[in-house]
Design a protein around this ligand. Structure first.
Ligand SMILES: [Zn+2]
Length: 603
């Protein structure tokens, strides 16, 4: 390997991933480390003590047989069965993100194929073939890095050599790492050999990006997808390795490292190496915290809590601390957006917040309505976008923070000291954000008693206000809805038959005269608009019937008729018109030529 992988090396935004810890000595709150993460090489260089550590764990504990491979049992089982049954394919493609064990597996497969004890899933590990492959000295084991040998020339040379029989082993094994980096011509050159390779040649292709590999190549390979190793699995593995090494380690520290490694065993071991150096021989929580920049994460969590509590003073104090600690505005905003995303997901999908032991996501989800979480997400994302336009970073950051503080849950102003976990969350904030929301029902009693702290994933919309809408109110309300096109036609032409607040949803029944207006897409838009109006989801049922009355359209038509009649009456009674009609016998007023003067909007 040793190849930089585009899109996977660290950057500032990725480093922000590490700004996510809450409470010193507490485990991580989030599990956001799914993709971007800075690699182990990007971490601050180990202090000079690091050089006294002889251990390079990632190399030392590189699996030498299938049984030692961590977290890839699905691939290992399939490969083992195939090898034991002598069902050999001529080309294998191993995919997976960095550090999940692609080349490690390739090496084990090469040993399994060439072990002097015979082809089997458990190579002996002691014969000359096994030891030479482990040591990278086996003549018939050729490892190529496609990132640096991507041209057609190199591949043609390789393919020519493939025509010769293996020198020492049973098979010539070609491992092409980062195979997606090969040029198009190189792939084409490979195709024929891949289709009909010499019987004693095996290709093991590895890639982080299978999408970039031509289908023609993919279809000639047996593909195995390596998974990102789950943090729990990785943590246990790290604990096991350190136990073998006789090195003390805090479980909490390992938990952080496992999360930071983002599914890569190699990164996990490299980080552990660095942590040993930082902790002068042992893996301590403090050292890992310092190494991964978790202190800033803790401060950022603090800032988010002040936003949830709507406490501007505390928020600016927390911001100051963050800036002092060297956090960048861009990283902070990127991180906050992720946090709001997590809270919004929790609030909406009610997913188990098992990665949230200290409850920050839960607190955000509880204290802020789903609407407000959406808004806050938007504010942070836009604030980040506009940072380059701000006079300076700090100004941009502070303005974004002020904007976040400008929208507050209604409860925050009235009961700022309310217990953070004891209140049933509500969509309170939405009322303050919706201009034309019905205000009369604002004092409706809450239906749900305060939820226990543990039920942090309790439904967020569980206690909305009860709402009502009468057929008589409907025409006026329908005009205020933010709809356009056919949805606008629907709300203006539909007659409200019934509206019932069913608790979680509002069920409305409408009658329209035009069947085409009951199409699903139109109804969905109307439902959205009404959900915004009611502050909770709305379900619309329709019926097609005659003479829809009490609709905006009917009212408008009515008004238009009246205006027309009035205009005609005025014209007919106009003295000048009457004298003209009298003077020119036979003159008539052309029907339909009279138009009322528009006072307001019509149509
Ligand atoms: Zn062997």
């Amino acid at each position: 390997m040793g190849v930089g992988i585009p899109g996977q090396v660290g950057n500032e935004a990725a480093k922000a991933e590490f700004l996510k810890c809450r409470g010193s000595g507490s485990p991580l709150i989030l599990n956001p480390m799914t993709d971007a993460l800075f690699s182990a090489d990007e971490l601050p260089a180990a202090n000079p003590m690091g050089q006294s550590s002889p251990v390079v764990l990632a190399r030392k504990w590189r699996p030498k047989k299938f049984a030692q491979v961590v977290g890839q049992s699905h691939v290992v089982n399939a490969l083992s069965h195939a090898l034991d049954a002598q069902r050999l394919h001529h080309a294998y493609l191993l995919t997976g993100t960095r550090g999940t064990g692609k080349t490690t597996l390739a090496r084990i497969i090469a040993k399994a194929l060439n072990c002097e004890q015979g082809i089997r899933s458990e190579p002996c590990g002691v014969c000359s073939a096994c030891t030479q492959i482990d040591g990278g000295r086996f003549v018939d084991y050729i490892e190529i890095d496609a990132a640096s040998n991507r041209g057609v020339g190199e591949i043609q040379q390789l393919l020519e050599q493939a025509q010769f029989a293996p020198t020492a082993g049973r098979f010539k094994v070609y491992v092409i790492d980062e195979v997606h980096m090969l040029s198009k011509h190189a792939f084409n050159a490979m195709l024929k050999t891949l289709e009909e390779p010499p019987a004693d040649v095996k290709f093991l292709l590895a890639t982080t990006d299978p999408q970039q590999i031509p289908v023609t190549v993919l279809s000639r390979c047996l593909q195995f997808n390596l998974k990102n190793v789950p943090p729990d699995t990785l943590q246990s593995h790290l604990a096991w390795v350190l136990e073998q090494e006789g090195i003390g380690a805090d479980l909490e520290a390992l938990h952080w490292i496992a999360l930071a490694a983002s599914g890569s065993v190699r990164d996990g071991l490299s980080l552990t190496d660095q942590a040993i150096a930082y902790g002068a021989g042992s893996v301590t929580a403090e050292a890992v915290q310092a190494m991964l920049g978790l202190v800033q994460r803790e401060l950022l969590a603090k800032l988010l809590h002040t936003i949830a509590d709507h406490d501007p003073q505390a928020a600016f104090a927390a911001l100051e601390e963050l800036l002092t600690a060297g956090a960048s505005a861009d990283a902070m905003l990127a991180d906050m957006a992720k946090w709001f995303h997590q809270a919004a997901t929790l609030a909406t999908l009610k997913i188990d917040a098992h990665n949230d032991p200290t409850g920050t996501v839960a607190v955000l989800a509880q204290k802020l309505s789903p609407e407000l979480l959406q808004l806050n997400y938007q504010i942070t994302v836009l604030g980040r976008r506009d940072l380059p336009l701000a006079p300076d970073e700090r100004t941009g950051l502070e303005m974004t923070l002020l904007r976040l503080l400008a929208f507050q849950p209604e409860s925050a102003s009235s009961a700022p000291s309310a217990s953070s976990s004891g209140r049933a969350p509500e969509a309170r904030a939405s009322a303050s954000l919706r201009a034309q929301a019905p205000r009369t029902e604002a004092r409706a009693p809450r239906a749900t008693p305060p939820a226990p702290a543990a039920a942090s994933a309790a439904p967020v919309m569980s206690a909305p206000k009860s709402v009502s809408l009468t057929p008589a109110q409907w025409p006026t309300v329908s005009r205020s809805l933010a709809v356009s096109g056919l949805a606008k036609q629907f709300v203006q032409q539909a007659q409200l038959i019934a509206c019932e607040d069913a608790g979680r949803t509002v069920n409305c029944r409408f009658r329209v005269t035009i069947p085409a207006l009951t199409e699903t897409a139109i109804i969905a838009k109307a439902q959205d608009a009404l959900a915004t109006y009611f502050g909770k989801p709305c379900r619309i049922e329709t019926e097609v019937g005659e003479a829809a009355t009490m609709t905006a359209a009917a009212e408008d038509a009515d008004a238009a008729t009246k205006a027309q009649e009035e205009a005609e009456r005025v014209i007919h009674s106009d003295p000048i018109v009457q004298s003209v009609l009298k003077e020119f016998s036979g003159a008539t007023i052309v029907p339909g030529s009279i138009r009322p003067v528009k006072k307001g909007s019509s149509s």
